[in-house]
Ligand binder design. Structure first.
Ligand code: HEM
Length: 413
């Protein structure tokens, strides 16, 4: 029995393979017995229940996001030295609090409008069909590598205004960055990733300067020129931070959403049949329940600005918190029979896959539309999709991204 004022769980290790495959039994047990616990491996408090996460995301004054993108605790000093040579990742969206967050988010909302997202649909559909053209006749493909990864990469490149021939650059830089931030990398890999992070920032800085000189009809130009009465426009370093976030958060999560949907639907023939019967009326609801059940962004961070007591646990000022959205989305007190895939749940909209409150995902409308278009196009083009026999799914899981690395499907040709 612990003598600390809070439960400590050294048995929680999000980086081991068994946890990557299926973290959900651990989450269920934690929700029941230690809904808020301290993890020595993360040096953070882990928050597992829906109501606690709703309370925390609704109270940015006591739960700050300023340190959300802080480097892991054992990062070697050399890494900070390399990063300091690039453009600093200034507080912008995910790593910011009001009032600065309010200003920047307002300007982003001006640039990233619902009409800009809606206008993408035709091009998105054409891209999805172009990808399917490349493998449909084969009757079999790794749908992650051939479709679920490239589609959101191309879509975010088109929206932001990155030339398609540079996609592999930002995808590679972003993957290294995410690993540096959200995984436990060995020091030499961290150093390599820090060099890539600097190259990524420089690339984004060059794009911002190019759009200042020569505006285009893209989001990058929209950010450069966004204006709200009485507010300063976005500075170059702010836009670099925003665009870096978009080019990391804007594709991997959505790729995982598409892969999760296909992994689940191939295991639920009744729902797959419903998709084939009436894609345009079923796809959106299926995507929503996949968001709840699989939660492609399993958790993000906050820091307490004062001592806070919750559920009998006192977290000191300055404590870092890991909000486990993936656990909240299976909280049985909100979603009965939570492990069951059921797109007809009456309260599906209560899921936290995009968080809540002021940091609610900026890209949620885009991600939902991409998930819907992906399912509609695949259902129209690939009859009788099924999982190829004998594969054990391998999941990426760092603290903030989870989804299948590969998924081999077969269909009738
Ligand atoms: C299925 C796909 C996606 C999921 C599950 C997801 C999830 C999330 C979550 C949970 C947050 C809250 C972060 C926090 O707690 O601090 C968030 C924020 C954010 N997301 Fe997404 N996201 C997705 C797709 C996208 C896309 C496509 C974009 C961009 C085009 C995007 C851009 C952002 C940005 C900029 C923020 C920060 C918003 C702020 O702090 O004001 N996301 N996302």
């Amino acid at each position: 029995v612990s003598t600390e004022p809070f439960p400590i769980r050294p048995d929680y290790n999000p980086f081991i393979p068994a946890h990557k495959r299926d973290p959900f039994p651990f989450y269920a047990e934690a929700r029941k017995h230690t809904p808020i616990f301290f993890s020595p491996i993360l040096n953070m408090f882990v928050i597992t229940r829906h109501e606690d996460i709703v309370a925390i995301t609704g109270d940015p004054a006591r739960f700050s996001s300023m340190q959300s993108l802080e480097m892991p605790p054992d990062t070697p000093p050399e890494v900070f030295g390399i990063l300091s040579q690039g453009h600093p990742l200034v507080p912008a969206l995910i790593n910011n609090d009001p009032p600065s967050h309010t200003r920047i988010r307002g300007l982003c909302n001006k640039a990233f409008t619902p009409s800009r997202v809606a206008a993408m649909e035709g091009r998105m559909r054409a891209t999805a069909n172009m990808l399917v053209d490349q493998f449909a006749a084969a009757g079999k493909a790794d749908i992650m590598g051939q479709f679920a990864f490239p589609l959101p990469q191309i879509v975010i490149a088109d929206i932001v205004g990155v030339p398609r021939e540079d996609i592999q650059k930002f995808v590679g830089w972003g993957a290294e960055w995410a690993a540096m931030q959200f995984e436990k990398l060995p020091p030499d890999a961290q150093i390599q990733a820090a060099h890539s992070a600097v190259a990524f920032q420089q690339y984004n800085a060059d794009m911002v300067e190019a759009r200042r000189a020569n505006p285009q009809d893209d989001l990058m130009s929209g950010l450069v020129h966004a204006q709200i009465d009485g507010e300063a426009r976005l500075s170059t370093v702010e836009i670099i931070s925003i665009v870096t976030t978009l080019l990391i958060a804007g594709h991997m999560t959505t790729s995982h959403l598409i892969g999760d949907a296909l992994a689940v639907l191939t295991q639920h023939p009744d729902h797959m049949a419903a998709l084939y019967r009436d894609p345009s009326n079923t796809a959106a609801g299926l995507v929503e329940e996949i968001l709840r059940l699989e939660t492609p962004a399993p958790g993000l961070f906050r820091t307490t600005t004062e001592d806070v007591t919750m559920n009998g646990v006192t977290m000191p000022k300055g404590a870092r918190l890991y909000l486990l959205y993936a656990s909240a989305n299976r909280d049985e007190s909100v979603f009965p029979d939570p492990d069951r895939f059921d797109p007809a749940r009456p309260n599906l909209g209560n899921h936290l896959a995009f968080s809540r409150g002021i940091h609610y995902c900026l890209g949620a409308p885009l991600a939902r539309l991409e998930g819907k278009v992906a399912l509609e196009v695949l259902a129209a083009r690939l009859p009788n999709m099924r999982m190829a026999a004998g594969q054990e799914l391998d999941y990426t899981l760092n603290l903030s991204f989870r989804g299948p690395n590969a998924l081999v499907l077969e269909w009738d040709v």
